[in-house]
Design a protein around this ligand. Structure first.
Ligand SMILES: CC(C)(COP(=O)(O)OP(=O)(O)OC[C@H]1O[C@@H](n2cnc3c(N)ncnc32)[C@H](O)[C@@H]1OP(=O)(O)O)[C@@H](O)C(=O)NCCC(=O)NCCS
Length: 182
């Protein structure tokens, strides 16, 4: 699905939201490596990001062409700041009303309201597409993300204790959250 460009001002900065271009594949891989190192709250360690340019191009193309997927990039004063996305559940018909959500910003672009704007736009498109619920996983201790999701209507519906084990031997939980559109 293609996201029609949106431009607005936030906190004195020019924001642009748009779909990704295939020639931005390497930029997206570099971003994944950087943000994974900036926080404990994403899926993996930076050295575990091993996507090739070709794989990333395929990822971008799939999100742009599939009606069940959407990838929105955010730019702040012309600089890439991060992205958010949804993907419909695949497999059987019983699962197709559900969309999985993800979002991550570079640390320097967190905390001034951009995440809320991006998720508002993403959830609007997911609802318009006909999904009945949005789902996500947030790591225990990610209070900013948890607060944001809760304020957007997500409700905690489960927790996997010690779901993540870090290289330093510490653990964190995975918290499952759902927002119903019905
Ligand atoms: C999580 C993330 C997407 C949120 O986006 P953001 O632009 O930083 O968030 P916003 O500024 O839009 O909103 C944050 C909200 O949390 C609140 N907040 C900030 N720190 C908080 C804390 N420690 N505890 C509780 N609430 C907090 C803010 O006040 C704001 O709420 P409000 O709008 O009601 O005032 C972004 O911080 C990010 O990408 N972080 C790193 C990667 C990550 O954690 N991704 C999510 C994986 S599930």
């Amino acid at each position: 699905m293609i996201f029609d460009e949106e431009r607005f001002e936030l906190d004195g900065k020019e924001i642009l939201l748009r779909s990704a271009r295939e020639d931005e594949a390497d930029m997206l891989i570099d971003y994944l490596k950087t943000v994974s190192g900036e926080t404990r709250f994403l899926m993996c360690e930076p050295d575990e990001i091993r996507f090739t340019t070709e794989e990333e191009i395929k990822f971008i193309r799939e999100h742009n062409e599939s009606e069940d997927k959407l990838l929105i990039l955010a730019f702040v004063d012309g600089e890439y700041a991060g992205n958010c996305s949804f993907e419909g559940e695949t497999g059987t018909r019983r699962k197709k009303h559900r969309a999985g959500i993800g979002i991550a910003l570079f640390l320097k672009y967190t905390g001034f309201g951009l995440g809320r704007h991006m998720l508002d736009a993403l959830l609007k498109k997911a609802r318009e597409r006909g999904f009945e619920q949005a789902e996500l996983t947030v790591v225990g201790g990610n209070d900013r993300a948890y607060h944001l999701y809760e304020s957007l209507g997500f409700k905690e519906c489960g927790r996997i204790s010690d779901a993540n084990r870090y290289d330093d031997g510490t653990y964190s939980d995975d918290i499952l959250m759902v927002k119903k559109f019905r």
